[in-house]
Design a protein around this ligand. Structure first.
Ligand code: HPA
Length: 270
């Protein structure tokens, strides 16, 4: 794993030249807009990066975009590697480890998610307060990767100060922002109504198929995390409607402008 991280980070660093990203931003399904806002953009296709597979999920590009946003050096990951595509957890977490090796100290993760909390009427933006790992996989399993901690503390997976900043930005910019717990499931089938009732009982507010491996890998390297879920649909069984990935992409587009505003505000406040 350490060799794979080093090789990928060297290839990315070469393309970024003098740019040293402080913040890495991971874009979820239907949330690609932020990548287009990056100034002095350097676009690096995944096929140019050793160990990066081609992304398979519709609505996910396959590139890293380096540059600045609100004057902050950033790298944006457009297209993530999901476990449901058959990728190993360490592949899902490879970009995160690469960003940490490049010197990023903050990870902003975004995702599309189903609304588990009864009162959510999508589209809703949710600040992730915490997560529940129901993927039953973990990118830290195996020999300790160089730069990782063996037993990282997970009492504050989503940084309290960054969350406060995000809430302040939302208030100032009048962007409705909920806050809640994200349950990460393996997928790719959507959940059953019984599974959603279980998630409500265990304290989840949203459900999705990503984010958890990245945040675990980031915390193992001391990278602080901020997460936003774009709640694109009510979860299975909470409405008569059937779930579809197209619906997820469409609803994601509706809130992606607000999400960009939130991320910009957070970057200005760092
Ligand atoms: N479940 C899981 N993942 C999702 C959902 C959902 O309802 N919506 C968007 N991603």
């Amino acid at each position: 794993m350490s060799d794979a991280v080093r090789a990928a980070a060297d290839a990315v660093a070469k393309r970024l030249g003098k740019l040293r990203p402080r913040v890495a931003i991971v874009l979820g399904s239907g949330l690609a807009g932020v990548a287009d806002a990056v100034r002095d953009a350097v676009r690096i296709l995944y096929k140019e990066i050793p160990g990066f597979p081609e992304p398979g999920a519709p609505g996910h590009k396959g590139e890293l975009v380096g540059g600045t946003l609100e004057g902050v050096p950033v790298v944006v990951q457009s297209g993530r590697f999901h476990l449901y595509e058959g990728h190993a957890p360490e592949v899902a977490a490879l970009p995160t480890r690469v960003f940490a090796r490049l010197g990023a100290t903050t990870l902003v993760v975004t995702n599309a998610a189903g609304g588990v909390r009864h009162t959510f009427r999508p589209p809703v933006l949710m600040l992730i307060a915490d997560h529940i790992n129901l993927m039953f996989k973990n990118p830290l399993v195996g020999p300790v990767a160089e730069g990782d901690e063996r037993f990282p503390d997970m009492s504050d997976p989503y940084d309290p100060a960054l969350r406060r900043l995000a809430r302040d930005v939302a208030r100032t910019e009048r962007i409705p922002l909920e806050e809640g717990v994200y349950a990460g499931l393996l997928g790719p089938s959507f959940e059953t109504p019984a599974e959603i009732r279980m998630l409500q009982r265990v304290g989840a507010d949203a459900v999705g198929m990503s984010t958890v491996p990245e945040v675990i890998a980031a915390r193992a390297r001391g990278v602080r995390c901020l997460g936003f879920s774009s709640i694109t649909n009510v979860a299975a069984g909470l409405s008569p409607q059937k779930l579809s990935h197209l619906e997820v992409l469409d609803a994601g587009k509706q809130v992606s402008g607000q999400l960009e505003q939130l991320i910009r505000g957070v970057l200005r406040g760092l």
